[in-house]
Design a protein around this ligand. Sequence first.
Ligand SMILES: [Zn+2]
Ligand SMILES: [Zn+2]
Length: 101
Amino acid sequence: MTKTKVTVTWIKELIRNGDTSPFYNTKEWGALSERKRRLEHYECERCRVRGIYKQGRIVHHKKYLRLYPELALDINNLECLCDDCHNDEHHKQTQLNEERW
Ligand SMILES: [Zn+2]
Ligand SMILES: [Zn+2]
């Protein structure tokens, strides 16, 4: 399935189906997340605040996609994180939270 335009309606549909991975495979997300990584010089933003340099590989939705699909492609809602910080972020949440990223 090739998606030409990401819409909030489509994302909500994915959330309802319990699998948001198609969103992360879109060109739009690919381009935006790459722009965000470049903007942060591929560094983890949370480690940087603590004076540590770590590579930031993951672009995370500060306001979770599942809860705020309308902010899915808002660059201000994104955070560039390393694996550790990203895991911490999601482990703070209940185990029932199925959101992957
Ligand atoms: Zn980090
Ligand atoms: Zn995340």
